[in-house]
Design a protein around this ligand. Structure first.
Ligand code: SAM
Length: 284
């Protein structure tokens, strides 16, 4: 009989967040634990007095390891996948293994538990009915600004991960692009210095910048605009004005920026990008 692949969430700071089921499965059900960093997982296992063989599974050996692990699974061994912290596959390795296991008809069982994205969202105070998880924002300023610009008409709460080295840069970009939209920064979730910073991106930037050094782990959430009419896609509206009101493109951009209360500069940039990717369509 095939083994089972267990996807096991582990604490993101506070070890009390491990579930009873995770402990039982890691202790009793599996032959091996696949983990990102064996030293990190070893520490967790030692804390809970669990002895189990570990095998490294990270972004650089995912392909080869996935095949090996799936072979073990079809030969009857059960395997647990954990990441350094939180839920595997969410901005962490695991996708290749899970899809390979699914392809071979192996049973995959999730063991739900901590994840920084959902922990941050649940206490943020921002709408939770619709949310969009972006993983890490791009490390390159240009690409990151483009990512943010594409979210100008997003209706869902956006969740992203950011490193302490780039958090200020990212907040500065967000301030420019999102203006006064509500932002929440969740820092050090479940740890002693856990905190939630709420305000506009510019306000949170100022708060963090005055601390001198910025440390810890950060999850950032962006709420939908409270003033702008974001149910209208700005680029579609620009095209409509050109088509129906016979405005030239520049005038249409200006009118939409004003009507939707969006930053004019970003809307120009967004429209320009669209023109560059499809030069014939938007002439006028
Ligand atoms: N898979 C993990 C999860 O489900 O939470 C996320 C892994 S990702 C490689 C790590 C990023 O998650 C960090 O850089 C940070 O942005 C965010 N993160 C992890 N732990 C956190 C914490 N305790 N507080 C705030 N953000 C955290």
């Amino acid at each position: 009989m095939d083994g089972t692949l267990y996807i096991v969430a582990t604490p993101i700071g506070n070890l009390e967040d491990i579930t009873l089921r995770a402990l039982r499965v890691l202790r009793e059900e599996v032959a091996v634990i696949a983990c990102e960093d064996t030293r990190q997982t070893q520490k967790l296992l030692e804390h809970f007095q669990i002895r189990k063989p570990l095998v490294s599974y990270h972004e650089h050996n995912e392909a080869a390891r996935s095949s090996e692990l799936v072979e073990r699974l079809v030969n009857g061994d059960s395997v647990a996948l954990v990441s350094d912290a939180g839920t595997p596959l969410l901005s962490d390795p695991g996708y290749r293994l899970v899809s390979a296991a699914v392809d071979r008809g192996v049973k995959v069982v999730p063991l739900p538990g901590p994840s920084a994205a959902l922990a941050a969202l649940s206490a943020s105070g921002l709408p939770t009915n619709e949310f969009r998880f972006m993983g890490f924002a791009s490390q390159k300023a240009g690409a990151r600004r483009k990512q943010f610009s594409s979210l100008l008409s997003e209706q869902a709460t956006v969740i992203l991960y950011e490193s302490p080295h780039r958090i200020l840069e990212t907040l500065a970009d967000m301030a420019e692009i999102f203006g006064d939209r509500p932002v929440v920064v969740a820092r050090e979730l479940t740890k002693i210095h856990e905190e939630f910073l709420r305000g506009t991106a510019a306000e949170i930037y100022a708060q963090l910048a005055q601390r001198g050094s910025v440390k810890g782990e950060f999850t950032v959430l962006i709420g939908k605009s409270e003033t702008a009419n974001t149910s209208i896609d700005p680029l579609t509206e620009i095209e409509r004005l050109q088509r129906e009101e016979h405005l030239d493109r520049m005038a249409a951009i200006k009118a939409v920026a004003k009507a939707l209360d969006l930053p004019k500069r970003e809307l120009y940039r967004l429209a320009l990008e669209q023109d560059n990717s499809n030069p014939d369509k938007h002439r006028g």
